[in-house]
Design a protein around this ligand. Structure first.
Ligand code: ATP
Length: 302
């Protein structure tokens, strides 16, 4: 069932968008120095946009709530949303720079990354409120932490008020997110380092991960799904735990794997309401994405 078939959802993604500006360099210039670099590439990214694109490519109807700037990067992002069939009614133009990420890749494939949040930092609780009629039609709200925390909280509150399940991907890890704020979260999907920062507990082995996840259940989260890279994902819930292994693949580039997992999990859960099946689908889709270079460019279409 591809983007042109019967659609799932809708799903509301309330979050970020970025344009990646990737320079392939021989070396970083020193202070006051100008050096030539051999290559440059531009790509659409941002955790919110990545998750929205993965979900849309798998057949979800996606309502995107985000802010872009008033520059050419905004045009690129809007075109990308449209190309992926994403509803852009709540993609708001802002008198600011768009979110951009200048990335420098050296000949050994080591990355140095700057994040300029730009318009993403200006997405407000009022913007979430303005999107209420569109969000009210949705079957799942998907959130991350590249927008202001008060806006994430407003979206969680709206989900609770409307009785719509909320998925929070607490990424990038934020010391400002308190676990007491997570009681409106149905699905919390951290990776190991995000789980460690959130709980202040070690995550050295699976038993540690389970113990830390249980603290989040006690805080009111319904289901904790910890992504574990090549090992897959651990689902911890009131009734127990289940390790869902990722297929073994030859990994080429793992950037955006977590976002691929979430876009697929969201689509599959809305379609089936079966959490284990949705995690299996998410691990398989994310594993496939790491076999190709790039972020959104590595996301398959259904
Ligand atoms: P990123 O920040 O790179 O987007 P993440 O840290 O949020 O990733 P991970 O836990 O590394 O998320 O990976 C998410 C999912 O991607 C895993 O649950 C797994 O299904 C898949 N995955 C990641 N790396 C590999 C790998 N080397 N082989 C197979 N699957 C992988």
């Amino acid at each position: 069932m591809g983007a042109d078939g019967p659609r799932v959802g809708p799903i509301a993604v309330i979050g970020s968008n970025m344009v990646d500006l990737i320079s392939y360099i021989h070396r970083m210039p020193g202070e006051g120095e100008t050096v030539e670099a051999p290559d440059f590439r531009m790509g659409c990214g941002g955790k919110g946009a990545n998750q929205a694109v993965a979900a849309a490519r798998l057949g979800s109807e996606v309502v995107m709530v985000t802010r872009v700037g008033d520059d050419v990067f905004a045009d690129t992002t809007l075109r990308n949303f449209a190309d992926n069939g994403i509803d852009t009614e709540h993609v708001l133009r802002t008198r600011a720079s768009s979110g951009v990420a200048p990335i420098f890749v050296d000949p050994e494939s080591r990355n140095s990354i700057l994040i300029i949040k730009g318009a993403n930092a200006l997405l407000t609780p009022q913007d979430v409120e303005a999107a209420r009629p569109a969000v009210a039609r949705c079957e799942l709200i998907v959130l991350q932490l590249e927008i202001p925390l008060e806006t994430v909280r407003a979206a969680m509150d709206l989900g609770r008020e409307l009785g719509i399940p909320v998925l929070l991907n607490p990424a990038p890890a934020s010391p400002d997110l308190d676990i007491a704020q997570l009681r409106s979260v149905d699905f919390l999907v951290p990776n190991e380092s995000e789980l460690e920062l959130l709980t202040g507990m070690p995550v050295d082995d699976l038993e540690d991960v389970r113990r830390a996840a249980e603290v989040l259940l006690e805080a009111g989260v319904h289901d904790v799904i910890v992504t574990l890279g090549a090992r897959g994902a651990l689902w911890v819930h009131e009734g127990g735990q289940e390790l869902i292994e990722a297929p073994r693949v030859q990994a080429v580039d793992t950037t955006g794997a977590g976002d691929a997992f979430i876009g697929c999990f969201a689509t599959s859960w809305v379609r089936t309401r079966d959490i284990a099946a949705a995690i299996r689908a998410g691990t398989a889709y994310a594993a496939d994405s790491v076999t190709r270079q790039g972020t959104q460019s590595s996301y398959a279409r259904a």
